[in-house]
Design a protein around this ligand. Structure first.
Ligand code: ATP
Ligand code: MG
Length: 656
């Protein structure tokens, strides 16, 4: 922990210091990947807190993923500024909703809907529309899209017509199913993930007393990855701010990758117009990556088009030279996975910690073959879902019940016979049907029982460690633990989609599956969509500190037709791919060809969803493993649900 507030500023360059010291009024940092934007805002908060200018509890920092939020909280603690709220828009909103719901609406916040696909199926049936499994997914994705873009059922057909979207069915029919789905949710008193932001905005708009209460708690707002803020999130931010202007945003227009939620870099690029007098700072020194990686990133962006590209900032690496990026062509996907796993094993043997290595792909459905290959190579990897205890449905429901009981305090007759804490917890859980006796056998019922039993044990340990602890203390402890669970575990290789890799970094990054059809993905048809895919690859490239490997496979399965081509974005970047003239400095690195076919094996045992921990099932003709209805409230999960099944559909139709 730095000894003084000023010591927090050590380790920042002059521009970053300017950001850190601008503690009031609007501040905007425009800068490329790896230039220390996140570091600058983290140190800014820590400096303000340590200097006594910011109250830790009055700061709300918004990051894009739960993982990034966890990292920021950890960093703030190291800088001596614990207690600052760092959350995603969703989790910040969910917390506020839970707190204000009883006052604004009455009763506890409705349960979060777990089986969305099932409810859409029911809605379709009531509308007398028959949907097969794939159609059901498409319609569900379409409803999610409508909600994140704030399109109500009645407007959906017109909006679709205007946006030139390919609706998976007759838009009038989807609009009907959508309306019925909303009705069913109301009837059953459940809300879905999109509702979390919509309802929070609604309450803050209508209830000035509640808005004032939130505003009096939070005085300072900091938003990371601001280029991807959606109109709905911007609205929420405006409501949080009220007529104040203590807002610090950082972003990189070249990393706009969530435009399907309606996000545009315009909020970032027009910041000065909306906030006259804003302090605007640009950063260009890249502290993350070697000159070789930065060269590739600059080359990739030099081919970009569109508004974001006009604001591109050439990066200048501050690091010593490292290895050239490698490009590897494989015969088929399993071979690509095996080759990648072998290289990872070599890196680990050479001393690179597994936690410093990532395999990044375009869609989550690509992960399975890598999970298999890493397991075969004996390399640990992160199966995050399996350990996300606090995201299990029964644990979340128990959390809501405990919070309600804590709020009711001594007034709850339920607790009359219990003041030690573990018996109170047991009493509350008994309202959820939990008894001290385990159900017979194994399976889902038993699993649920075990989760709640673990919660009781946790309460027992907590009460032992902290005598006199109340239910409210326990609830706070559970919140803290749930948040900590999102902090990165450092032992294993990370498998993640490019979208989920945003803002993070590793010593070694493997960008896999870089074929036409995957990168850009088949359904990216318009110029803008293709540009967004290019930015996604840019995000991937700039995650690497030192080692960067790009690869693709010519065929999907061993012995299959070699009908795939390497991504068009690699043209001019990899040697021998032509059009070198378009890339500043020309191509670097080397292309390797790996041949040989590996047999495709069945995964051993159940494969778990890395987001929610549910058992995945094989779906569609491609036999991809996927999660039926991921119950996570994370933004990246929302994204994947929107996209995965669309690309799967396209592939099933025989496109590359
Ligand atoms: P992205 O756009 O990918 O989110 P970023 O601009 O937020 O990137 P950071 O993650 O803050 O960049 O920083 C990238 C890396 O560079 C981190 O490892 C960070 O610790 C390091 N770094 C940033 N600024 C400095 C500095 N002034 N001195 C040394 N290292 C730095
Ligand atoms: Mg960042």
């Amino acid at each position: 922990v730095p000894e003084t507030a000023d010591a927090v500023l050590d380790g920042l360059d002059p521009e970053q210091r300017e950001v850190a010291k601008a503690l009031t009024g609007p501040v905007c940092v425009l800068a490329g990947a790896g230039t220390g934007k996140t570091r600058a805002i983290t140190h800014r908060i820590a400096y303000g807190v340590r200097a006594g200018i910011l109250q830790p509890g009055s700061v709300l920092a918004v990051t894009f993923t739960n993982r990034a939020a966890g990292e920021m909280r950890g960093r703030l603690r190291q800088l001596g500024a614990g207690g600052v709220q760092a959350r995603t828009f969703h989790s910040a909103a969910l917390r506020q909703l839970q707190f204000f719901w009883p006052k604004a609406v009455g009763g506890d916040l409705p349960r979060l809907l777990e089986r969305k696909v099932q409810l859409v199926a029911e809605a379709a049936a009531r509308c007398r529309v028959r949907l097969d499994r794939n159609e059901l997914r498409d319609v569900t994705g379409e409803i999610e899209w409508a909600k994140v873009t704030q399109t109500v059922p009645a407007d959906y057909p017109a909006v679709v017509a205007k946006s030139l979207r390919d609706a998976p069915r007759d838009p009038a029919e989807i609009s009907q199913i959508y309306a019925m789905y909303e009705q069913l949710k109301r009837d059953r008193s459940v809300i879905d993930f999109e509702d979390v932001l919509l309802l929070t905005v609604g309450i803050l708009q209508d209830r000035h007393d509640i808005a004032d209460q939130i505003r009096s708690q939070y005085q300072h707002f900091v938003v990371d990855e601001y280029q991807d803020v959606s109109p709905l999130q911007q609205r929420l931010l405006d409501l949080w701010l009220g007529d104040r202007d203590n807002l610090c945003v950082v972003g990189d227009a070249s990393q706009t990758i969530y435009s399907f939620t309606g996000a545009t870099p315009d909020h970032l690029l027009n910041f000065r117009t909306r906030h006259p007098g804003a302090t605007v700072v640009k950063l260009v020194r890249d502290y993350r990556s070697t000159p070789q990686v930065v060269h590739l990133a600059n080359g990739l962006l030099s081919q970009a088009r569109g508004r974001a590209a006009e604001h591109r900032l050439e990066l200048i690496s501050q690091r010593d030279p490292g290895p050239e990026p490698t490009y590897t062509e494989y015969a088929d996907e399993p071979t690509e996975a095996e080759g990648t796993a072998r290289r990872i094993r070599d890196l680990v043997a050479a001393g690179v910690p597994a936690g410093e290595i990532a395999v990044l792909y375009r869609i989550n459905a690509q992960s399975e073959v890598y999970e298999q290959a890493l397991a075969d190579a004996g390399v640990p990897y992160q199966l995050r879902g399996a350990e996300r205890f606090f995201e299990r449905q029964e644990v979340r429901e128990a959390g809501i019940a405990l919070r309600g009981a804590a709020r009711a305090g001594g007034n709850d007759s339920l607790l009359d016979d219990a003041e030690d804490l573990p018996s109170q917890v047991r009493a509350v859980l008994s309202t959820k049907g939990w008894t001290g006796r385990p159900p017979a056998g194994s399976g889902a019922v038993r699993d649920r029982w075990e989760s709640l039993a673990a919660l009781v044990r946790l309460a027992e340990d907590f009460a032992r460690a902290k005598s006199g602890a109340t239910l409210s203390d326990l609830v706070a402890e559970l919140d803290e633990r749930a948040a900590a669970q999102h902090a990165p575990t450092v032992q294993g290789v990370t498998l993640a989609s490019l979208h989920a890799a945003k803002g993070l970094e590793w010593d070694a990054v493997f960008l896999v599956g870089l074929t036409e059809g995957m990168m850009p993905i088949t359904y990216a048809k318009t110029d803008e969509q293709v540009e967004e895919e290019r930015r996604l690859l840019y995000v991937g490239v700039t995650r690497a500190r030192l080692h960067l490997t790009l690869s693709w496979a010519l065929s999907r399965s061993p012995g299959g037709r070699a009908n795939r081509r390497p991504s068009r974005f690699l043209k001019g970047l990899r040697p021998g791919s032509g059009s070198l003239g378009t890339v500043a400095g020309g191509a670097s690195g080397s292309v390797e060809r790996a041949v040989g076919a590996a047999g495709r094996r069945k995964p051993r045992g159940p494969v778990l969803c890395r987001v929610c921990g549910a058992t995945l099932t094989e779906a569609g003709a491609m036999k991809l493993m996927r999660c039926e209805d991921c119950p996570s409230d994370m933004d990246e999960a929302l994204y994947e649900r929107l996209r995965d099944w669309r690309s799967e559909q396209a592939r099933e139709l025989g496109q590359p």
